[in-house]
Design a protein around this ligand. Structure first.
Ligand code: SF4
Length: 318
């Protein structure tokens, strides 16, 4: 991306503005599961979710929080001379832990060089007791708190197809609860679910913008062997759109996204082993760079078409 051209608000720039230097996320993997896997809300989980959940780069959950942080810090410090970090409780549904266990783990992550604690969870697992505790941590240690909420799509029918176990309603409810406590929210979306089309992509951007969510993380489908969706794909029960269509969808999404929202990533990274589909067998950064090129060529940028908010019908300049 050319430095003088604004394409979208990048996460790295945002972190540098906020914390005055580069900040690195350190994943933490806890021994827990998800109510959509253990039978409380559903069985088998989302149809794309692998047994290891989403944190394939994580250390084993037999390590303590402190051990995981220290071990990752060592690597990042050496490689990037980093001094500040975000403790990222990444895998499965962290607020599904009993409250006392959750408190213990989060408390363990507090440290001088930890500027933020990010908690990944499901929208239907936001309970005020957890938020009250996180607010106490924020106030006591002057540490930022952010919540990462999986949504994947706003399309009700696609959410049912992927056995998500919640719909947009629970997501909106969770957003309102979290906003009461002033924590930033990052929403995860998959822009190439087989049952979504471009209208759904646009609606994703519009709803995230209308809800005043602060950050988004975009993914392309990652299909692992043995998952329900992996099997469906191998049987030819659905097809995945070509990479060029995914790239166009990302551009469309960004154009409809409010210009102040931070974009953590345009496509995820994932290992090839044990997978049946990962990023069209191409490197994630090449796909990302091509999106940048497309945007530069077409004079496209985040928010270009975000003119639907704020009483559009009353705007006489249109
Ligand atoms: S909510 Fe997350 S952890 Fe639970 S089944 Fe779905 S993707 Fe897996």
């Amino acid at each position: 991306m050319k430095k003088d051209v604004f394409l979208y608000r990048t996460y790295s720039d945002y972190l540098r503005e906020k914390y005055g230097e580069k900040v690195y996320k350190l994943p933490i993997n806890l021994p827990l599961t998800c109510p959509n896997r253990d039978g409380r809300l559903g069985q088998g989980g989302c149809t794309f979710c692998a047994e290891v959940g989403t944190g394939f780069e994580n250390l084993p959950n037999s390590y303590t929080v402190a051990q995981q942080l220290e071990s990752n810090k060592k690597i990042i410090r050496k490689k990037y001379k980093a001094k500040k970090f975000i403790a990222y409780f990444q895998n499965f549904t962290n607020t599904y832990l009993p409250l006392e266990d959750f408190k213990k783990y989060v408390q363990e992550a507090v440290g001088e060089d930890i500027v933020e604690i990010a908690i990944s969870t499901r929208p239907d697992c936001i309970d005020e007791n957890y938020l009250i505790f996180l607010k106490e941590i924020k106030d006591k240690y002057a540490i930022e708190i952010s919540i990462e909420l999986g949504l994947q799509t706003v399309n009700y029918h696609s959410l049912k197809k992927i056995n998500r176990g919640h719909t947009l309603a629970e997501f909106i409810d969770a957003v309102f609860y979290i906003q009461k406590y002033g924590f930033e929210i990052c929403t995860h979306l998959i822009l190439n679910l087989p049952w979504d089309d471009e209208d759904d992509v646009i609606e994703n951007a519009k709803i995230i913008s209308a809800l005043r969510i602060q950050q988004v993380k975009l993914h392309a489908l990652y299909l692992v062997k043995g998952t329900k969706m992996g099997e469906m794909y191998e049987k030819g029960e659905f097809q995945i759109i070509p990479v060029e269509t995914y790239q166009k969808r990302v551009v469309t999404f960004l154009e409809y996204l409010a210009p102040n929202i931070i974009v953590q990533r345009l496509i995820g990274r994932a290992p090839e082993e044990n997978s049946v589909f990962v990023n069209w067998n191409r490197s994630w950064w090449k796909i990302r760079d091509e999106i940048h090129e497309m945007m530069e060529k077409d004079n496209s940028y985040q928010g270009k078409r975000a003119n639907y908010l704020g009483g559009k019908a009353l705007d006489n300049s249109l």
